[in-house]
Design a binder for this molecule. Structure first.
Ligand code: COA
Length: 320
């Protein structure tokens, strides 16, 4: 038994921030941002947080799947920007949706969060622990971005994407996930670390720091590598893959992956121009767009692939 994607949903805040808007905030330009990243604009949450966006994406995914919230056995929310600690964002989603029969929890794997969460739910389904799951990637990165740092603030955006999966004969075929904690310092954000009443230190809350070039080098090597592995280990020919749904971090990274895999860019859909990098939400938002545009047919094979903080990476091969 494996898990089939029954429906998808996504949500992005209404508020659009263009490159020109950012050029009024920091020393940057539309030309620099577009040529280095492919990003034209991003959505930034005003009043809503991660849980509200996640719940709306989840509600839309349930509607698309034609499945009631009470049918869910498990909700896994991948996020590095939860609104609270605790309750988990997944518990807030459970409450908002009325998913009274679901166990709910968050996982943190940064931009690979959706692939980690989907693989975890797949393991539950495969072993018969749960039958129906809601997998969400949602981030409110605007809360942890330093809006005075031009090297990072132009890259990120807010949003959420979700998929409802259910036990079936076809669906997720294979996953390859990986982590390298020794490279953690290249992409970090301090969160309430090391302060307590004994050591007298104030809890520290930081902003996103990134060694962009190091992350770039890691991504262009690791993404093709783990896609090749997921295909090899499942005896799948690369030509069988209709779409490679890649984490939307940078257009140039995706172009480099296309080159290294010898596939054309029409098999690597992009929406980074409109949303920027929404971390764990990019892949499910893009998947939802493909689904709603009618670009996926049952039986199509696709690969989802994420990479990012941790460092982490992951590729999931699935039959639609
Ligand atoms: N606007 C204008 N200039 C900027 C800028 C901005 N927003 N951000 C940085 N610069 C400047 C730098 O200060 C530097 O100036 P200097 O040469 O005078 O020192 C110059 O542009 C080049 O910076 P560099 O960091 O070498 O640029 P780059 O070509 O590597 O592009 C990134 C930077 C961040 C776009 C690129 O490294 C990248 O995409 N990395 C991967 C990031 C990523 O995907 N992160 C998410 C992972 S999940």
């Amino acid at each position: 038994m494996t898990s089939k994607v029954m429906g998808t949903g996504s949500y992005v805040p209404e508020n659009i921030v263009t490159n020109e808007d950012l050029a009024k905030l920091v020393d940057t330009s539309d030309e620099w941002i577009v040529s280095r990243t492919g990003i034209h604009e991003r959505r930034i949450a005003m009043d809503e947080g991660t849980s509200a966006m996640a719940a709306e994406a989840g509600r839309r995914a349930l509607e698309n799947a034609g499945i009631g919230a009470e049918e869910l056995d498990v909700i896994v929310l991948a996020t590095t920007t939860p609104d609270n600690l605790p309750p988990s964002g997944a518990c807030e989603v459970q409450a908002a949706l009325g998913a009274v029969n679901a166990v709910a929890f968050d996982i943190a794997a940064a931009c690979t969060g959706f692939e980690f969460a989907l693989t975890m739910v797949q393991a539950y389904v495969q072993t018969g622990v749960y039958r129906t799951g809601l997998v969400i990637g949602a981030e409110c990165l605007s809360k942890i971005v330093d809006w005075t740092d031009r090297a990072t603030c132009v890259l990120f955006g807010d949003g959420a994407g979700a998929a409802v999966v259910r036990a079936d004969e076809s669906g997720v075929i294979h996953s390859v996930l990986g982590s390298d904690g020794t490279k953690g310092p290249v992409l970090t954000c301090t969160s309430r670390s090391t302060g307590n009443f004994l050591n007298g230190r104030e809890p520290k809350l930081g902003y996103v720091y990134m060694d962009g070039q190091e992350v770039f080098r890691f991504a262009v090597k690791k993404v093709p590598e783990c896609i090749r592995r997921v295909l090899d280990e499942s005896n799948t020919d690369i030509n069988e893959i209709k779409y490679f749904v890649l984490h939307q971090a940078n257009l140039r990274i995706c172009e480099s992956v296309a080159k290294r895999l010898h596939v054309s860019m029409d098999r690597i859909p992009m929406n980074i121009g409109a949303y920027g990098n929404t971390s764990g939400a990019t892949v499910p938002i893009l998947l939802d767009e493909l689904n709603r545009e009618g670009k996926l047919e049952r039986g199509d094979k696709i690969v989802l692939c994420g990479f990012g903080g941790g460092l982490t990476w992951g590729a999931v091969l699935l039959e639609w």
